[in-house]
Ligand binder design. Structure first.
Ligand code: ZN
Length: 428
């Protein structure tokens, strides 16, 4: 088994994030239905995924599992039968969760159900109507402008019926039953940064964590947004007290600096770990304070649960024009961004896994490093070693030391390992 600190690169795990995204991209996902099942079956090719089905109507916290939505086809056709809007060309063309309809209607009436982005005339918006029964189509403004008055055949061949909400869970046991929860949403149709990038990053993290000697047990959740985390929390009240750290992964594939959104407390270990990694690895990395809006951190950080769960993101919802449009496609994400996100998250988890308090066994005066072969390295590493010796009084953890010395945690960890091997440091 590998140690967490030397896990290597994403390429070592035989998973091409872009290839997986190319397979996931055409699937019409939603918060329920076969699109989620197909997605989870692809995730399950790589990971020991357990798929859960929670029946329609089940009460989950203050919510109720909605009817399951599935769709075969949808279109608007003109009088010649030509499809002027076609679900088969893009699943974004249908308002996600649209109720079925099959009618002929005048353009005038249809217009009330057509959605565009007027100032981005070549993009199709992504809209949903999960909890209010409605129907609609999304299209390019440029195409809407070409529609002539007259009658159109309007078909949405969808079903809203008794079924279930589907989610996937991977459990990777560690030495203790204390848990780290990593989650991503799986409910968006053909959209890449939001949210295929989160799915493939979490898959690749699962592959890496599966090959590491783990201190914590890890639970990877592939869940539909909002209702999925609410469902999981409702069904796992017994697990919740064992959660020590958590991360929500979202929007990790775009070309934008990493950002970390703090948990509700803001100063938990995972918050501090993420800050150390971003501070020392990405000068443009941003720390964001908690707010009760966003992705599934809203549920994990609701006051009743109040868990130490933060969020790792590159391009955040609403901050880029491509957000929730057809322009968030495969060209909007890159293998490099996903690989960098994956590395940064593993670096954060390395801190979570290895942070510990040590005691300096030669605390009276500085120990003579030269005679132990410890005097060398770069000025930075020598200074880090002195900080470790000085602050390892049994009270400060390695992360405390890295913060006080303002150095990367990895440097402090490496120096602590050298000092421990030389008999100068004892792990408590
Ligand atoms: Zn979204």
């Amino acid at each position: 088994m590998r140690k967490v600190a030397d896990v290597g690169s994403i390429d070592d795990f035989g998973l091409s994030p872009i290839e997986v995204m190319e397979r996931l991209y055409p699937i019409c996902r939603s918060i329920t239905g076969d699109g989620v099942r197909q997605t989870l079956s692809i995730v399950g090719e790589q990971l020991p995924l357990e798929v859960h089905e929670v029946p329609t109507g089940t009460q989950v916290l203050d919510w109720t599992i909605p009817p399951e939505w599935n769709i075969n086809d949808a279109y608007v056709a003109d009088r010649s039968g030509r499809r002027v809007i076609d679900f088969r060309a893009s699943n974004l063309h249908v308002v996600n969760y649209s109720a079925p309809i099959k009618r002929t209607m005048a353009l005038q009436e249809l217009r009330g159900h057509l959605h565009t982005i007027p100032d981005r005339p070549d993009w199709i918006p992504y809209l949903t109507s999960y909890y209010v029964e409605d129907w609609g189509f999304c299209l390019r403004q440029r195409d809407l402008d070409t529609l002539a008055d007259g009658d159109y055949e309007v078909v949405i061949d969808s079903t809203l019926s008794e079924g279930s909400l589907t989610y996937g869970e991977v459990f990777l046991p560690g030495r203790t039953d204390e848990e780290v929860v990593l989650t991503t949403h799986v409910c968006h149709p053909s959209l890449c940064n939001d949210n295929l990038s989160g799915i493939v990053t979490l898959m690749a993290l699962g592959l890496a964590l599966g090959q590491i000697e783990l201190r914590y047990s890890y639970r990877l959740l592939f869940i539909p947004g909002t209702i999925g985390s609410i469902t999981w929390l409702a069904l796992n009240r017994d697990v919740v007290p064992r959660i020590r750290h958590g991360l929500v992964l979202a929007g990790l594939g775009a070309d934008a600096p990493l950002s970390y959104k703090r948990s509700r407390h803001g100063t938990t270990l995972i918050d501090r770990a993420a800050e150390n990694i971003l501070r020392h690895s990405d000068p443009q990395g941003r720390m964001l304070d908690f707010s009760p809006y966003g992705y599934d951190e809203r549920q994990f950080c609701s006051p009743g649960f109040d868990l130490p769960v933060g969020r790792m993101t590159r391009a955040e919802y609403g901050t880029y024009p491509e957000y929730h449009t057809s322009a968030d496609d495969l060209s909007f994400v890159s293998e490099q961004s996903i690989s960098d996100s994956w590395s940064a998250i593993l670096d954060v988890l390395t801190i979570v896994e290895t942070d510990a308090r040590y005691r300096n066994l030669e605390p009276f005066g500085e120990p003579q490093l030269g005679k132990r072969g410890l005097y060398g390295g770069t000025p930075d590493s020598r200074l880090a070693m002195l900080w470790v010796l000085n602050l390892s009084d049994g009270h400060n953890s390695l992360l405390d030391i890295a913060e006080r010395a303002d150095v990367p945690y990895a440097t402090v960890l490496m120096e602590a390992n050298r000092l421990e091997a030389a008999g100068l440091l004892e792990r408590l």
